[in-house]
Design a protein around this ligand. Structure first.
Ligand code: AMP
Length: 217
């Protein structure tokens, strides 16, 4: 199974990806996570991506396409779930070409929808553990002890691009550059929409219901 998960920043892609890959034994390929790992390791790629990420803009297509093509080529046969990639129509076209070279296609696209004002609140309240990556929210998903990771007992941090100004720019970038991608995929009839303004469990269950039906079909 090869799946693309689309949705604005803060739509809950990370949370739902964890659910989906566990349920269907897929490899989770998150372009944002790979970029953050490259930055943490201070690689040349990480350094190149830094300024774009910090401003809420997109890292240039050629950098991302090379990085993700490499990750996909190494993916196991069971399949993968793409999270945060593609993010432009050009990236989708290049992805399609690279998959076709390996006689593969994207099976379906899941699209999480939430209004901007809700995602802005969700993202600015988001905190994560710098060690294990667990994600919390200051109101909706509190750790047992305020500001401390349940797993590692260390202080939670806010992603530098989760501040209000950067979030506003990320949403603008999403509408301008990533939303057209939904229409691009809609044209070949593979997009399934989900209302993500519900609890994570409700969203998860509606995704599983749809995916189970698709897998059986
Ligand atoms: P994310 O964790 O998916 O929200 O990604 C964090 C940041 O990484 C984004 O705001 C972009 O700057 C960069 N990024 C992640 N994926 C891509 C992509 N497919 N194309 C361009 N930039 C990306």
């Amino acid at each position: 199974m090869r799946i693309v998960l689309l949705g604005a920043p803060g739509a809950g892609k990370g949370t739902q990806c964890k659910n989906i890959v566990a349920q269907y034994s897929l490899l989770h390929l998150s372009s944002g996570d790979i970029l953050r790992q490259e930055r943490a390791a201070d690689t040349e790629l990480g350094q190149k991506a830094q300024s774009y990420m910090d401003s809420g803009g997109l890292v240039p297509d050629e950098i991302i396409i090379e990085m993700m093509t490499k990750a996909i080529t190494n993916a196991p046969a069971a399949g993968f779930l793409l999270d945060g990639f593609p993010r432009t129509v050009n990236q989708a076209v290049e992805l399609e070409k690279s998959l076709a070279d390996n006689e593969m296609t994207i099976d379906f696209v899941l699209n999480l929808h939430v209004d901007d004002d809700i995602v802005a609140k969700r993202i600015t309240g988001r905190r994560s553990c710098p060690k294990c990556g667990a994600v919390y929210h200051i109101e909706h998903l509190k750790p047992k002890a305020e500001g401390i990771c349940d797993n590692d007992d260390i202080e939670l941090v806010q992603r530098p691009d989760d501040t209000p100004d950067v979030v506003a720019n990320r949403l603008k970038t999403y509408h301008q550059q990533t939303e057209p991608l939904v229409d691009y995929y809609r044209k070949n009839g593979t997009v399934y929409d989900f209302d993500a303004d519900r609890t994570p469990v409700e969203v998860r269950d509606s995704i599983f219901e749809k995916m189970n039906a698709l897998v059986k079909a």
